[in-house]
Design a protein around this ligand. Structure first.
Ligand SMILES: NC(=O)c1ccc[n+]([C@@H]2O[C@H](COP(=O)([O-])OP(=O)(O)OC[C@H]3O[C@@H](n4cnc5c(N)ncnc54)[C@H](OP(=O)(O)O)[C@@H]3O)[C@@H](O)[C@H]2O)c1
Length: 258
């Protein structure tokens, strides 16, 4: 897919940064995160002749942060929305700080809902007018396929991201908008340090660059991408069953919605 203007949330590190780096220079970029220094460095690194590149420093856990990103994205008429920003926290729900639990819900769930709802109508209308396709990527996780005690809130938020993307994809079946739920397995980023995870070796970690390339290649080709080959073996039979069920439910619900 060749997009005109991409908005990437959580572009300051890890998978979001790798996605920004992997997009062709023909795609203009609106990059956001809280870390202004990292955003400025990335903007410098990715600048290219003819490429428009803007950054917005915003905390997606706040109403004002989400509104600032939405305003800029609307003004720039983005056609590729990457809901990537996210955070986890290792620990029992009863022990985790309330502020972190709230931040996980706000960034991993509320920001995805608000950015998508606000930007989707314009993206759809412009794609119709231009005869092109728009794209929405929502970064979920392999943890979305089972409850994960001691990462309970994080895993539950990623279930939301997965189901939201799958439902949205079915709603947009006849529209020029592709939706991808990206479900990375363990990926070498700052995520684990930030989540206060115990420092133990994890099996089969991919680089953020590899995850980003697989994700961009999957846009418009599939609805769910699981990047970890080992987890794929266990998850894919369930995914096929879910796809059949999703199709049946979508048919019933579409009739009701008419
Ligand atoms: N790494 C993995 O193994 C893995 C596996 C499955 C899924 N994922 C998902 O992949 C996505 C990216 O994570 P990552 O692994 O690349 O981790 P990361 O390196 O920690 O990057 C997280 C990004 O999210 C941004 N972010 C966090 N809180 C924010 C807030 N309140 N407001 C705005 N931006 C915020 C951070 O930017 P600032 O700090 O600049 O705000 C950063 O750019 C997340 O949704 C994560 O759940 C990761």
């Amino acid at each position: 897919m060749q997009y005109r203007y991409a908005l990437i949330t959580g572009a300051t590190s890890g998978i979001g940064k790798a996605l920004a780096e992997a997009l062709p220079v023909s795609t203009h970029l609106l990059l956001t995160g809280r870390n202004g220094e990292k955003l400025a460095a990335l903007a410098l690194a990715l600048a290219a002749d003819g490429r428009q590149l803007e950054t917005v420093i915003a905390d997606l856990a706040t109403d004002a942060g989400r509104a600032a990103v939405i305003d800029r994205a609307e003004a720039l008429e983005i056609d590729f929305l990457v809901n990537n920003a996210g955070l986890g926290r290792f620990g029992a729900v009863a022990d985790n700080p309330m502020a972190v639990e709230r931040e996980m819900a706000a960034v991993n769930v509320t920001a995805v809902v608000e950015l998508t709802r606000a930007l989707l109508p314009g993206m759809t209308a412009r794609a119709h007018r231009a005869g092109t396709r728009a794209g929405i990527m929502i970064v979920s996780s392999v943890v979305a396929f089972q409850a994960v005690p001691y990462m309970t809130t994080y895993a539950a938020s990623k279930v939301f991201d997965l189901f939201y993307a799958e439902g949205l994809a079915a709603e947009l079946r006849d529209e020029p908008v592709d939706v991808l739920a990206l479900c990375p397995g363990g990926t070498r980023t700052e995520f684990f340090d930030r989540a206060a995870m115990p420092d133990r070796p994890m099996p089969y970690m991919l680089s953020a660059d590899s995850v980003a390339r697989q994700a961009l290649a999957a846009m418009g080709r599939r609805t769910v991408l699981v990047t970890d080959p080992l987890r794929r073996i266990t998850i894919i039979p369930g995914l096929l069953r879910r796809r059949i069920l999703r199709g049946l439910v979508a048919r019933v619900m579409r009739r009701l919605a008419r």
